[in-house]
Design a protein around this ligand. Structure first.
Ligand SMILES: *Cc1c(COP(=O)(O)O)cnc(C)c1O
Length: 411
């Protein structure tokens, strides 16, 4: 009989969102009169429509495909040059950061890229992951065979978990022992925390000293309001030698359903083979993408390019302003009712400490039953998330106003 990949059997059943779904369904079945009042602030998906610049670019690209003279079939596997150049200029060189056009690899999502990147790393790497965390980093390492089994609390043997809490500002301490691959996500999902330049400098210096690679997820960089907070790991000297950066159009351009993202692999970045000989990772990722991927459709790449036009930039800015006003309202409401609030200043997530003596699933149930609001319990993102809940600012203004009223009435 064909053998399956045993690593998949180690995976814990996707726990968080299915469990939220189950509890929401049971609430709705038992309270049909309240079900339509339910407001979801749980899942990190955008709510506002696609920017006009992107829609227009997509429509004209579709028309080009409908004409013999301008029809296009397969494009370059790493993405069209027009988009790679727009990204390298718009996100990096215009801000004084060196990234070359051919170091940009266009893809259909950062979720896929943060998982697929493990294809180019060998076995036996020590993996460092923050707790709480975006679950994709953990599960893809389990699938790749980089972990042992999970214990009762869901922690996998072999992963170096780095607790993030109010004491360390939700930015982990530098490990005492050697780790090889370090996942950092700032601004952070779920905590909404940012990392300062000094903190990132320490990580870059650790990585260079130990030959480690930082996998830097900057999916939320567009939400940064504080000009002193780095938007890219490459703002730190030496990061080109130790970091891969992931960015996505999902959250800034509202592309969660459209699908477009990119990964930056600098040519200086090296890793060693089993004989200890160093190789650049750039050609490996290029080869991986050429073999297993055929890039993103032409209309979608044109839509992404349009986000860098003047109109596109203004429309993205309005989206960010919309979500950050929501975050501000949620923050101040939670403070007013006496809760400790984190995040929400440079990220679309507000991370709130549960009131005394109630755990994060208890808080979830209370908010569902009494306020008819769906939040995300912190424990779903890892052990260190216990005692907190996440409120997403991805919502309409009126929903956020209602959520704030209900929070005040309930807590
Ligand atoms: C939303 C999100 C992404 C973006 O994923 P896409 O696949 O590009 O939609 C990446 N990282 C984190 C932590 C996210 O929350």
């Amino acid at each position: 009989m064909a053998k399956l990949n045993n690593n998949y059997l180690k995976l814990k059943a996707g726990y968080l969102f299915p469990e939220i779904g189950r509890r929401v369904k049971s609430f709705s079945d038992n309270n049909p009169e309240n079900a339509e009042n339910l407001i979801k602030c749980g899942i990190g998906d955008v709510t506002e429509p696609l920017p006009l610049a992107a829609r227009n670019a997509m429509k004209s690209a579709v028309d080009e495909l409908g004409n013999h003279d301008t029809f296009r079939g397969y494009g370059p596997e790493q993405g069209y040059d027009f988009l790679r150049t727009a990204i390298a200029n718009g996100d990096y060189r215009d801000n004084g950061i060196l990234v070359k056009d051919d170091e940009i690899f266009v893809s259909d999502g950062s979720k896929c890229d943060t998982g697929n990147i493990l294809d180019i790393f060998g076995n036996g790497n020590k993996i460092a992951i923050t707790d709480p965390v975006y679950p994709v980093y953990v599960d893809t390492n389990v699938m790749a065979g980089n972990t042992g089994e999970a214990n009762e609390s869901g922690a996998y043997e072999g992963i170096h978990y780095m607790p993030c809490n109010a004491e360390n500002g939700f930015v982990p301490e530098i490990p005492q022992d050697r780790v090889d691959l370090i996942y950092l996500c700032y601004p952070n999902n779920p905590t909404g925390a940012t990392a300062t330049r000094e903190q990132l400098e320490k990580w870059v210096s650790y990585a260079r000293e130990h030959g480690a690679v930082i996998l830097y997820d900057a999916a939320y960089q567009a939400f940064i309001q504080d000009q002193s907070v780095p938007r890219s790991i490459y703002e730190i000297d030496g990061a080109r030698e130790c970091a891969i950066e992931f960015r996505s159009f999902s959250k800034n351009g509202g592309f969660t359903g459209v699908r477009c993202a990119f990964t930056v692999v600098p040519k200086e970045l090296m890793a060693e083979d089993e004989n200890g000989e160093k190789h650049s990772l750039h050609p490996l990722w290029s080869r991986r993408q050429s073999t297993k991927f055929n890039s993103v459709s032409y209309p979608v790449q044109k839509a992404a390019e349009a986000l860098y036009s003047d109109d596109g930039k203004n429309q993205v800015k309005s989206l960010i302003t919309h979500y950050m006003e929501n975050a501000q309202k949620l923050r101040s409401t939670c403070s007013e009712i006496g809760l400790s609030v984190y995040g929400g200043q440079n990220a679309p997530y507000v991370w709130v400490a549960c009131p005394d003596s109630i755990d994060s699933w208890g808080m979830f149930d209370k908010m569902l039953n009494e306020a008819n609001v769906v939040i995300t319990p912190g424990a779903g993102f890892g052990k260190a998330g216990e005692g907190f809940f996440r409120i997403s600012a991805f919502n309409s203004k009126s929903n956020v106003d209602t959520v704030c009223e209900r929070l005040k009435a309930t807590l």
